[in-house]
Design a protein around this ligand. Structure first.
Ligand SMILES: *Cc1c(COP(=O)(O)O)cnc(C)c1O
Length: 457
């Protein structure tokens, strides 16, 4: 790419950012020495900074953009809604967009999920799922012993206290452990580094035996088991082998507990299906949706449950069985209007039906990187990809954290006009579903060159 010029306006904005913005998941001391992109507009699969440079948004602006930026239909829907109403509350009132969206979601999510509880982020969607699960048991059979949750190694479910409690990425939650409630842990099939020490070829999903052990030992005490179906996102796009999700569903039924599917990352087409649960025909009791729900336009989340769960919350006013939870912006009409338009585009453009060849190419090109001496594993499902870099391929030894190898690769590829963000030493590639085959090729050609440049230093 040609030499970049920094305009005075960009400098002024950077100054304001440095002086006042506290960035998420960021060591701010390092931030001060960087020259952050000052993004100001987007179009299709691209973002543009205040200096006029163009970047391919290969992480969907942190896993949210679905059909590209400034999608005509979505812009139109938000503008139209804005012409009517920006916000009204769902406390004591209903609203047109939230009613219509709930009905649409019930139509497209796995069968049985019919009730929608709105909030505004993935973390709150999970928080709500946990509270609903707990309260469900207390009201269904006066079962107050269901205070435990089962979650998986490497899980990420959000940053609030409850959602961190069922998460297990030490860098995120370790420090807060005294504040968290205890969660029972079962191994997620991170097959590249098998948590139960087996070999992929003949393991017979031994990790499920561990889940069974935990559920059996705690039978009658577990409110729910929460899982990221098919792919653990923040763990580094860890893809589960065939049969694991289905097995987890079978076991949660066998030991009489609920299954919460956290589809915050996997939902809305990312895995190649509308929802990851569809891949193995699994019907969870509760599903959590956020990120892609509005096509990446506005913050919105939905926690959906079966009718059976919902019914346990019905009763006389003075029984106090209602679910006493709610966020101020719950069911925001602008966000719901964007979400409806998002679903319309999925339908009208047959987005899922047309995803096959793109996902195949994506998977093939990612796999192709495995011939590089420092690519340990390239994992994909649909358009979710994680390229795990290792110091030593034989021993799978990781790079020292201080080397920030993943970060360096992502900084390097930026000069090629591509935005990527790593999770540790795993390079995450998660483009909008609107990515073209040509753009997919460009991402992997550039990524190969960047990895070669950085790992051969
Ligand atoms: C991103 C994510 C969350 C948290 O969502 P926020 O909107 O960032 O609160 C929860 N679960 C999964 C699987 C996610 O990927």
């Amino acid at each position: 790419m040609t030499e970049r010029k920094t305009l005075p306006r960009t400098e002024r904005l950077r100054e304001m950012d440095r002086n006042h913005v506290w960035h998420p998941f960021t060591q701010m001391k390092e931030w001060f020495s960087e020259e952050p992109l000052m993004i100001e507009r987007g179009k299709g699969n691209y973002l543009y900074d205040t200096d006029g440079n163009k970047y391919l948004d290969a992480i969907s602006s942190l896993w949210v953009t679905v059909h590209g930026h400034r999608k005509r239909e979505l812009n139109q829907a938000v503008k139209e809604q804005l012409g009517k109403l920006a916000h009204s509350t769902l406390l004591g009132q209903a609203s047109a967009p939230s009613a219509e969206l709930a009905s649409r979601l019930a139509d497209i999510t796995p069968r049985g999920l019919s009730r929608v509880f709105y909030s505004d982020s993935g973390s709150t969607a999970v928080e709500i799922a946990l509270k609903i699960a707990y309260q469900y048991w207390t009201q269904k059979r006066g079962d107050t012993r269901r205070e435990k949750f089962v979650s998986f190694t490497g899980a990420y479910h959000g940053d609030t206290i409850g959602s961190m409690s069922v998460g297990e990425i030490d860098a995120f939650v370790g420090r807060f452990s005294p504040l968290l409630f205890e969660s029972l842990r079962a191994p997620y099939p991170y097959c590249y580094r098998c948590p139960v020490g087996k070999d992929r070829a003949d393991c017979k999903l031994a990790c499920l035996d561990e889940l069974e052990k935990v559920l059996k030992e705690n039978k009658g005490r577990v409110a729910a088991c929460i899982i990221e179906p098919m792919v653990q996102g923040a763990a580094g796009m860890v893809t589960a082998p065939e049969g694991f999700l289905k097995g987890a569903r079978r076991l949660t039924k066998k030991y009489d507990t609920l299954l919460i599917a956290d589809e915050v990352a996997t939902g809305f087409g990312r895995t190649g299906r509308m929802f990851a649960c569809e891949v193995e025909n699994v019907r969870p009791d509760i599903i959590c949706l956020a990120k892609g729900i509005t096509g990446g336009y506005l913050p919105l989340a939905a926690t959906m449950t079966t009718e059976k769960i919902f019914k346990a919350f019905l009763g006389k006013y003075e029984d106090y069985k209602a679910f006493l939870h709610g966020h101020t912006y719950t069911g925001n009409p602008l966000a719901c209007a964007a979400a409806i338009a998002n679903l319309d585009v999925f339908e009208n453009e047959k987005v899922i039906e047309n995803l096959g060849p793109k996902a195949e190419l994506f998977g093939e090109l990612a796999k192709g990187l495995e011939d590089l001496p420092h690519v340990g594993e390239a994992r994909t499902r649909g358009l979710m990809g994680g390229i795990e870099l290792v110091k030593d391929k034989e021993t799978k030894e990781r790079y020292p954290a201080g080397e920030r190898i993943g970060h360096k690769v992502c900084m390097d590829i930026r000069d090629d006009g591509i935005i990527l963000r790593p999770l540790g030493d795993t390079i995450i590639v998660m483009p909008p579903l609107s990515i073209t085959e040509g753009e997919i090729k460009k991402i992997f050609t550039s990524l190969r060159a960047s990895i070669e440049r950085i790992t051969d230093l």
